[in-house]
Design a binder for this molecule. Structure first.
Ligand SMILES: [Zn+2]
Length: 339
């Protein structure tokens, strides 16, 4: 009998939300001045969207509509171009119009019937993001993330001047006094599905602030100077007390998480052989309220019940559930279930 250990990444079936597979081209600058422009608006962290059936769509404005809403005083940032007919976004160049600096928030009605200012993510329950198609969500999240970054770099961190202005269509900011340049920064994070040595159980944790019944994969920020691999080993141990076998570490997928500025790198890893089936976990109570092992059968059954109930959430109120399809945690869990 031939025994071959296949990396988990071969089984990664679920697409990663926010990954447009290049349909939203993040080119450095617009291709030519004649290309149609679409603007997505952000004001104090909220995005302009409009109701569409039971869901949401981006409320996109034309260049002439933008000029009527005091666009001159607002920040404009080039986000990218769409040329792919497979995208739900029309062909054209896409821009952020960030209006927080205006004296008044533009009325939502500039986005047309059913338009509203909404946060993309909700602390609990369904969010706008969950109701968008991937390309639309990626566009709005990129816009929101860049709006947050531009607002967070108002002063030069080298000379203290307040004359820090966007350059290269908002791809960066530059100090007009000392010429220091700033580029958007992302915080690297790992997100990891810990499995037992037989890959038949997974370790999930929950934070006290989460909705009742929600469990998710462990995650944490990469420390300065640390490799992703070191980070996985450290974070799992810190949060749950579980030692992992670094030789079993497999990269599965990555995901931008611009709430406000993370890049999540997703892995699976197996617990060290010394961590027997009943090894006690030592949960870091500053981070998690609980962490425990769940069998593959149980997780599969619960996700199946959720699908049958037609819900993106627990099949019964307060029941076991994992984060929505928008999350990389869900991708990791579903990839494991498909192994
Ligand atoms: Zn400066």
């Amino acid at each position: 009998m031939l025994l071959v250990s296949l990396p988990a990444s071969l089984f990664a079936l679920a697409p990663v939300f926010f990954d447009t597979a290049g349909r939203l081209q993040r080119v450095p600058a617009p291709a030519n001045p004649g290309t149609t422009r679409f603007y997505t608006l952000v004001h104090n962290g909220q995005s302009l969207v409009k109701a569409d059936g039971g869901g949401w769509k981006p409320a996109l404005l034309s260049a002439s509509e933008v000029s009527e809403v005091g666009g001159g005083g607002a920040l404009q940032v080039f986000l990218g171009s769409v040329e792919d007919a497979a995208s739900p976004l029309q062909r054209g160049d896409y821009w952020l119009l960030e209006t927080s600096a205006l004296d008044e928030q533009p009325p939502a009605s500039i986005g047309g019937d059913g338009a509203a200012w909404e946060p993309l993510r909700a602390r609990a329950g369904p969010s706008v993001c969950d109701a968008l198609e991937v390309d639309e969500a990626a566009l709005l999240a990129t816009a929101r993330g860049l709006a947050h970054w531009h607002n967070s770099v108002r002063f030069c961190s080298k000379c203290g001047s307040a004359e820090v202005v966007p350059y290269r269509n908002g791809k960066g900011r530059r100090c007009n006094v000392c010429s220091e340049r700033f580029r958007p920064r992302l915080d690297a994070s790992v997100i990891v599905l810990v499995l037992d040595a037989t890959r038949s159980r997974c370790l999930l944790g929950r934070k006290a602030a989460w909705p009742t019944g929600r469990y998710s994969t462990l995650a944490g920020f990469v420390e300065f100077g640390e490799t992703l691999e070191e980070c996985v080993v450290r974070e799992v141990c810190e949060e749950s007390g579980c030692s992992v076998d670094r030789s079993t570490l497999d990269f599965v997928a990555s995901q931008p998480w611009l709430f406000p500025r993370s890049l999540m790198v997703g892995f699976t890893v197996c617990a060290a052989p010394s961590e027997g089936a009943d090894a006690a976990l030592a949960v870091d109570e500053d981070e998690l309220e609980d962490a425990r092992w769940f069998s593959k059968e149980y997780v599969r059954e619960q996700l199946g019940l959720e699908r049958e109930a037609g819900r993106d959430g627990p099949a019964v109120e307060g029941g076991f559930h994992v984060p929505s399809r928008v999350s990389l945690a869900r991708t990791l869990i579903e990839s494991w279930l498909a192994e």
